[in-house]
Design a protein around this ligand. Structure first.
Ligand code: HEM
Length: 387
């Protein structure tokens, strides 16, 4: 009998063969282990993403949700509350274009790469993507220098689950509480002393007399720390994994940097770091001969939809020339990712610099330690050898 357990280490390591069985044989599948329905076809997921009245986010969007998030954040609320939050946050984002941060990303990337000059191997996750992402997010949000490592450790911890029970343990919840308390301190600091950073903009953003209240600013900042640090760091690690495992693609990008943006889109399709998010049904839904009941949770398996042959020809082939329109790497519809521009820019600059410093590299360990998470997929360590 076919089973799909999004909490299993086997699925962390390779979900793609199970995804194919889901799409072809069980397009609307009840997973006992997850206690929810799994949607795996591109068209079904896309339809659900635009129908928030049926597929609600207000009971949480992470596969294993953290306490006090559901109903309160951008990612975990429905319109009209969601749209109001999103408009105010977008307004704050739009106050600054990203030009000012470009130099910072490049200089930080170069500084990190300088540190690899005398070495033959380096851990892409610990030594490059994690450090770069944190520094970019710190600059974007205006978080104080010096707290980088602690904030990153807690932000990564809060999206993980216990490797045995696969549920949130006390240390994951404590990490979330720590990040919330940290964000509260920084917001108080910025309110007293506003700067040109995003947190100050959130605190000041106003549309038709409407502002984010104290708690909304707090949850928005906490969400951005989590969404930014884990999703972006994880995605850059997946892109490096592809560059190590598809050397012809890497050499094409080294020869012509203008191909990098298309390769990023193909990686977001082929093996995105944001694999699965959940919704909650507000009414009964009939799909592919099954009845999903009001109140049931439904998993949107973005990673499975991205490999759907019905949407992408030769979907299991990594093709940097594909230009995959409509991929689900950033989700879609009502809750489509708000950080797409900064994510694309940071990844592009990080790899332009990497290809200049280290054009040839290979993956050292064949078996990678994958993050224990039912929502995200990325390696905890990715050691690359130069040359
Ligand atoms: C390559 C990196 C990233 C990936 C793959 C990614 C992926 C995603 C996905 C799949 C969603 C939809 C979640 C759902 O369906 O419930 C999402 C939402 C979101 N992301 Fe990202 N993300 C990335 C980077 C970022 C960054 C850097 C930021 C902020 C600085 C960010 C902020 C957000 C926010 C605020 C939402 C919620 C939007 C809403 O509910 O209206 N993301 N992201």
């Amino acid at each position: 009998m076919f089973r799909f357990d999004p909490y299993s280490p086997a699925i962390d390591a390779d979900p793609f063969s199970a995804y194919k069985i889901l799409r072809d044989e069980h397009p609307c599948f009840w997973s006992e282990e997850a206690g929810m329905w799994i949607l795996s076809r591109h068209a079904d997921i896309l339809r659900a993403l635009y129908d928030w009245e049926t597929y609600s986010s207000a009971r949480g969007n992470l596969m294993t949700e953290l306490p006090n998030r559901a109903g309160n954040t951008l990612g975990t609320s429905d319109p009209p509350r969601h749209d109001r939050l999103r408009n105010l946050v977008q307004f704050a984002f739009a106050k600054r274009n990203l030009d000012y941060i470009e130099d910072h990303i490049r200089t930080t990337a170069r500084g990190l790469l300088d540190g690899f000059k005398g070495v033959s191997e380096f851990d892409f996750v610990e030594d490059y993507s994690a450090k770069l992402t944190v520094k970019v997010l710190f600059r974007l949000l205006g978080l104080p220098e010096g707290d980088h490592d602690r904030v990153r450790d807690y932000a990564v911890k809060m999206v993980q689950s216990d490797p045995i029970t696969r549920q949130k343990g006390p240390e994951h919840i404590a990490a979330f509480e720590w990040v919330r308390a940290y964000a509260a301190d920084v917001i108080a600091l910025r309110r007293a002393n506003p700067g040109d950073d995003l947190i100050s903009q959130f605190a000041l953003a106003e549309i038709d007399g409407d502002r984010l209240d104290e708690n909304e600013v707090l949850l928005t900042v906490t969400t951005l720390i989590m969404a930014g640090i884990e999703s972006l760091g994880g995605f850059m690690s997946m892109f490096a994994y592809n560059m190590a495992n598809f050397p012809d693609a890497r050499r094409a990008l080294v020869a012509d940097r203008s191909l990098i943006p298309d390769a990023i889109e193909e990686s977001l399709r082929f093996n995105t770091s944001a694999q699965r998010f959940r919704r909650n049904l507000q009414v009964d839904v009939e799909l592919h001969g099954k009845t999903m009941k009001k109140g049931d949770f439904v998993c949107m398996a973005y990673g499975a939809g991205n490999r759907d042959e019905r949407a992408f020809e030769n979907s299991d082939i990594y093709d940097i020339g594909r230009k995959p329109k409509g991929h689900l790497g950033f989700g879609g519809g009502t809750h489509a990712c708000l950080g797409t521009a900064i994510a694309r820019l940071t990844t592009k600059l990080a790899f332009e610099e990497l290809f200049t410093a280290i054009p040839e590299f290979t993956q050292v360990d064949r078996l990678l330690p994958w993050m224990p998470s039912s929502t995200f997929r990325s390696p905890l360590r990715l050691v690359l050898a130069k040359g």
